[in-house]
Design a protein around this ligand. Sequence first.
Ligand code: 6PG
Length: 227
Amino acid sequence: MNVEVFPAGEYPSRAADLIAGLIDDHQGDSVAVGLAGGATPAATYRELAMRAVDWQRVDTFLTDERWVPHDDLGSNGRLAIETLLEATKAELHRPAWAEDMDPHLSALLYEDQLKRLLPDGRPGLVLLGMGGDGHTASLFPETSALAEKQRWYVANFVATLAVWRLTATFPLLWRAHHVVFLVCNAQKALRIKEVLADGSDLPAAMVSREAMGQVWWLLDEPAAGEL
Ligand code: 6PG
Protein backbone atom coordinates (compact mmCIF):
# COMPACT_ATOMS: atom_id res chain seq x y z
CA MET A 1 0.00 0.00 0.00
CA ASN A 2 1.28 3.44 -1.00
CA VAL A 3 0.31 6.55 0.96
CA GLU A 4 1.13 9.83 -0.80
CA VAL A 5 0.51 13.15 0.96
CA PHE A 6 0.38 16.39 -1.02
CA PRO A 7 0.00 20.00 0.13
CA ALA A 8 -3.66 20.94 -0.35
CA GLY A 9 -2.86 23.57 -2.98
CA GLU A 10 -0.86 21.11 -5.05
CA TYR A 11 -3.19 18.13 -4.60
CA PRO A 12 -5.16 18.17 -7.87
CA SER A 13 -2.02 18.53 -9.97
CA ARG A 14 0.06 15.98 -8.05
CA ALA A 15 -2.80 13.45 -8.00
CA ALA A 16 -3.38 13.98 -11.72
CA ASP A 17 0.32 13.40 -12.43
CA LEU A 18 0.27 10.08 -10.57
CA ILE A 19 -2.97 8.86 -12.19
CA ALA A 20 -1.76 9.86 -15.67
CA GLY A 21 1.42 7.91 -15.04
CA LEU A 22 -0.49 4.78 -14.01
CA ILE A 23 -2.66 5.03 -17.13
CA ASP A 24 0.37 5.48 -19.39
CA ASP A 25 2.23 2.61 -17.71
CA HIS A 26 -0.68 0.17 -18.20
CA GLN A 27 0.33 -2.46 -20.76
CA GLY A 28 -1.89 -3.17 -23.75
CA ASP A 29 -3.83 -1.40 -26.47
CA SER A 30 -6.49 -0.14 -24.08
CA VAL A 31 -7.02 0.56 -20.40
CA ALA A 32 -10.26 0.68 -18.42
CA VAL A 33 -10.46 3.28 -15.67
CA GLY A 34 -13.21 3.32 -13.05
CA LEU A 35 -14.04 6.91 -12.08
CA ALA A 36 -14.95 8.01 -8.57
CA GLY A 37 -17.90 10.24 -7.81
CA GLY A 38 -18.54 12.82 -5.13
CA ALA A 39 -16.98 16.28 -4.95
CA THR A 40 -13.29 15.52 -4.28
CA PRO A 41 -12.26 14.24 -7.73
CA ALA A 42 -13.51 17.25 -9.76
CA ALA A 43 -10.37 19.40 -9.42
CA THR A 44 -8.13 16.38 -10.06
CA TYR A 45 -10.18 15.40 -13.15
CA ARG A 46 -9.80 18.93 -14.55
CA GLU A 47 -6.02 18.66 -14.09
CA LEU A 48 -5.99 15.12 -15.50
CA ALA A 49 -7.77 16.35 -18.62
CA MET A 50 -4.72 18.54 -19.32
CA ARG A 51 -2.20 15.66 -19.10
CA ALA A 52 -0.72 14.21 -22.30
CA VAL A 53 -2.42 10.84 -21.91
CA ASP A 54 -3.31 8.81 -25.01
CA TRP A 55 -7.03 9.15 -24.25
CA GLN A 56 -8.06 7.18 -27.33
CA ARG A 57 -6.90 3.99 -25.55
CA VAL A 58 -8.85 4.84 -22.38
CA ASP A 59 -12.31 3.49 -21.60
CA THR A 60 -13.97 4.81 -18.46
CA PHE A 61 -16.78 3.53 -16.29
CA LEU A 62 -18.24 4.64 -12.95
CA THR A 63 -17.26 2.97 -9.69
CA ASP A 64 -20.65 4.06 -8.48
CA GLU A 65 -23.60 6.16 -9.57
CA ARG A 66 -26.53 7.77 -7.88
CA TRP A 67 -29.94 6.54 -9.04
CA VAL A 68 -30.83 9.85 -10.75
CA PRO A 69 -31.35 11.07 -14.34
CA HIS A 70 -28.16 11.36 -16.37
CA ASP A 71 -28.43 15.18 -16.44
CA ASP A 72 -29.06 15.46 -12.69
CA LEU A 73 -26.55 17.68 -10.87
CA GLY A 74 -25.91 14.78 -8.50
CA SER A 75 -24.96 12.34 -11.25
CA ASN A 76 -21.38 11.06 -11.05
CA GLY A 77 -21.49 10.46 -14.78
CA ARG A 78 -22.40 14.08 -15.39
CA LEU A 79 -19.49 15.15 -13.13
CA ALA A 80 -17.06 12.96 -15.07
CA ILE A 81 -18.24 14.30 -18.41
CA GLU A 82 -18.06 17.94 -17.36
CA THR A 83 -14.63 17.73 -15.69
CA LEU A 84 -12.76 15.10 -17.70
CA LEU A 85 -14.49 13.50 -20.65
CA GLU A 86 -15.71 16.51 -22.61
CA ALA A 87 -12.08 17.65 -22.86
CA THR A 88 -10.43 14.28 -23.48
CA LYS A 89 -13.12 12.50 -25.52
CA ALA A 90 -12.35 9.28 -23.64
CA GLU A 91 -15.24 6.83 -23.84
CA LEU A 92 -17.60 6.72 -20.85
CA HIS A 93 -19.70 3.61 -20.25
CA ARG A 94 -22.63 4.69 -18.07
CA PRO A 95 -25.40 2.67 -16.42
CA ALA A 96 -28.86 3.17 -17.92
CA TRP A 97 -31.45 5.22 -16.08
CA ALA A 98 -35.14 5.73 -16.80
CA GLU A 99 -38.04 7.04 -14.74
CA ASP A 100 -39.72 3.65 -14.57
CA MET A 101 -36.60 1.49 -14.63
CA ASP A 102 -35.70 -0.87 -11.80
CA PRO A 103 -32.18 -0.09 -10.46
CA HIS A 104 -31.50 -3.82 -10.16
CA LEU A 105 -32.07 -4.21 -13.90
CA SER A 106 -29.81 -1.26 -14.65
CA ALA A 107 -27.04 -2.77 -12.50
CA LEU A 108 -27.41 -6.12 -14.27
CA LEU A 109 -27.25 -4.54 -17.73
CA TYR A 110 -24.27 -2.43 -16.69
CA GLU A 111 -22.48 -5.47 -15.32
CA ASP A 112 -22.93 -7.15 -18.72
CA GLN A 113 -21.40 -4.05 -20.36
CA LEU A 114 -18.45 -4.20 -17.96
CA LYS A 115 -17.90 -7.90 -18.64
CA ARG A 116 -17.58 -7.06 -22.33
CA LEU A 117 -15.28 -4.14 -21.51
CA LEU A 118 -13.13 -6.24 -19.15
CA PRO A 119 -12.60 -9.67 -20.71
CA ASP A 120 -10.09 -10.59 -17.99
CA GLY A 121 -12.25 -8.94 -15.35
CA ARG A 122 -9.43 -6.64 -14.28
CA PRO A 123 -9.80 -2.84 -14.59
CA GLY A 124 -6.51 -1.03 -15.14
CA LEU A 125 -7.36 1.48 -12.45
CA VAL A 126 -10.28 2.20 -10.17
CA LEU A 127 -10.48 5.66 -8.62
CA LEU A 128 -12.40 5.88 -5.34
CA GLY A 129 -13.33 8.42 -2.73
CA MET A 130 -14.06 7.83 0.93
CA GLY A 131 -16.99 9.20 2.88
CA GLY A 132 -16.81 10.35 6.49
CA ASP A 133 -18.37 7.03 7.55
CA GLY A 134 -15.70 5.00 5.78
CA HIS A 135 -17.83 4.11 2.75
CA THR A 136 -16.29 3.94 -0.69
CA ALA A 137 -18.03 3.86 -4.05
CA SER A 138 -21.57 3.22 -2.78
CA LEU A 139 -20.47 0.46 -0.45
CA PHE A 140 -21.88 2.01 2.71
CA PRO A 141 -21.58 0.40 6.16
CA GLU A 142 -24.43 -2.01 7.00
CA THR A 143 -25.78 -2.18 3.44
CA SER A 144 -26.55 -5.35 1.51
CA ALA A 145 -23.95 -4.78 -1.23
CA LEU A 146 -21.17 -5.50 1.28
CA ALA A 147 -22.17 -9.16 1.30
CA GLU A 148 -21.99 -9.53 -2.49
CA LYS A 149 -19.10 -11.80 -3.38
CA GLN A 150 -19.98 -12.84 -6.96
CA ARG A 151 -21.60 -9.97 -8.84
CA TRP A 152 -19.47 -7.08 -10.10
CA TYR A 153 -22.14 -4.35 -9.95
CA VAL A 154 -25.34 -4.12 -7.93
CA ALA A 155 -28.11 -1.78 -6.86
CA ASN A 156 -27.73 -0.90 -3.21
CA PHE A 157 -30.34 0.81 -1.01
CA VAL A 158 -28.63 3.20 1.41
CA ALA A 159 -31.07 3.58 4.31
CA THR A 160 -29.12 6.40 5.96
CA LEU A 161 -29.65 8.50 2.83
CA ALA A 162 -32.95 6.84 1.82
CA VAL A 163 -31.67 6.50 -1.72
CA TRP A 164 -30.81 3.83 -4.24
CA ARG A 165 -27.28 3.71 -5.57
CA LEU A 166 -25.53 1.58 -8.19
CA THR A 167 -22.11 0.40 -7.11
CA ALA A 168 -19.14 -1.71 -8.02
CA THR A 169 -18.79 -4.52 -5.51
CA PHE A 170 -15.77 -5.74 -3.59
CA PRO A 171 -15.06 -8.50 -6.17
CA LEU A 172 -14.72 -5.99 -9.01
CA LEU A 173 -12.77 -3.39 -7.04
CA TRP A 174 -10.43 -6.00 -5.62
CA ARG A 175 -9.46 -7.15 -9.14
CA ALA A 176 -8.16 -3.80 -10.37
CA HIS A 177 -4.46 -3.53 -11.20
CA HIS A 178 -4.43 -0.25 -9.27
CA VAL A 179 -6.87 1.05 -6.64
CA VAL A 180 -6.45 4.80 -6.11
CA PHE A 181 -8.23 6.54 -3.22
CA LEU A 182 -8.60 10.32 -3.50
CA VAL A 183 -9.28 11.81 -0.05
CA CYS A 184 -8.99 15.44 1.02
CA ASN A 185 -10.01 17.67 3.92
CA ALA A 186 -9.36 17.65 7.64
CA GLN A 187 -12.80 16.32 8.56
CA LYS A 188 -11.77 12.94 7.14
CA ALA A 189 -8.46 12.77 9.05
CA LEU A 190 -9.66 10.65 11.99
CA ARG A 191 -11.48 8.23 9.67
CA ILE A 192 -8.37 7.95 7.50
CA LYS A 193 -6.36 7.04 10.59
CA GLU A 194 -8.94 4.36 11.46
CA VAL A 195 -9.21 2.94 7.96
CA LEU A 196 -5.44 2.73 7.46
CA ALA A 197 -4.99 1.05 10.83
CA ASP A 198 -4.97 -2.76 11.03
CA GLY A 199 -8.24 -4.50 11.67
CA SER A 200 -10.73 -1.93 10.36
CA ASP A 201 -13.70 -3.59 8.68
CA LEU A 202 -15.07 -0.36 7.18
CA PRO A 203 -15.77 -0.68 3.45
CA ALA A 204 -12.84 1.53 2.39
CA ALA A 205 -10.50 -0.56 4.56
CA MET A 206 -11.89 -3.79 3.12
CA VAL A 207 -11.21 -2.59 -0.44
CA SER A 208 -7.71 -1.44 0.45
CA ARG A 209 -6.69 -4.50 2.45
CA GLU A 210 -8.00 -7.23 0.12
CA ALA A 211 -7.12 -5.65 -3.24
CA MET A 212 -5.15 -7.88 -5.66
CA GLY A 213 -3.24 -5.00 -7.19
CA GLN A 214 -1.40 -1.91 -6.01
CA VAL A 215 -3.27 0.38 -3.61
CA TRP A 216 -2.65 4.13 -3.52
CA TRP A 217 -4.00 6.50 -0.89
CA LEU A 218 -3.61 10.03 -2.26
CA LEU A 219 -4.24 12.43 0.63
CA ASP A 220 -3.93 16.14 1.05
CA GLU A 221 -2.08 17.29 4.19
CA PRO A 222 -5.26 18.07 6.17
CA ALA A 223 -6.69 14.59 5.49
CA ALA A 224 -3.38 13.06 6.60
CA GLY A 225 -3.30 15.21 9.73
CA GLU A 226 -3.81 12.28 12.14
CA LEU A 227 -1.29 9.91 10.58
C1 6PG B 1 -20.50 9.25 -4.35
C2 6PG B 1 -19.14 8.66 -4.24
C3 6PG B 1 -18.76 8.46 -2.83
C4 6PG B 1 -17.75 9.55 -2.56
C5 6PG B 1 -17.55 9.75 -1.09
C6 6PG B 1 -16.67 10.98 -0.86
O1 6PG B 1 -21.25 8.86 -5.24
O2 6PG B 1 -20.75 10.17 -3.56
O3 6PG B 1 -18.76 7.78 -5.05
O4 6PG B 1 -18.19 7.22 -2.52
O5 6PG B 1 -16.53 9.21 -3.19
O6 6PG B 1 -18.82 9.95 -0.49
O7 6PG B 1 -17.36 12.09 -1.38
P1 6PG B 1 -16.70 13.56 -1.37
O8 6PG B 1 -15.54 13.50 -2.29
O9 6PG B 1 -17.81 14.45 -1.88
O10 6PG B 1 -16.32 13.83 0.06
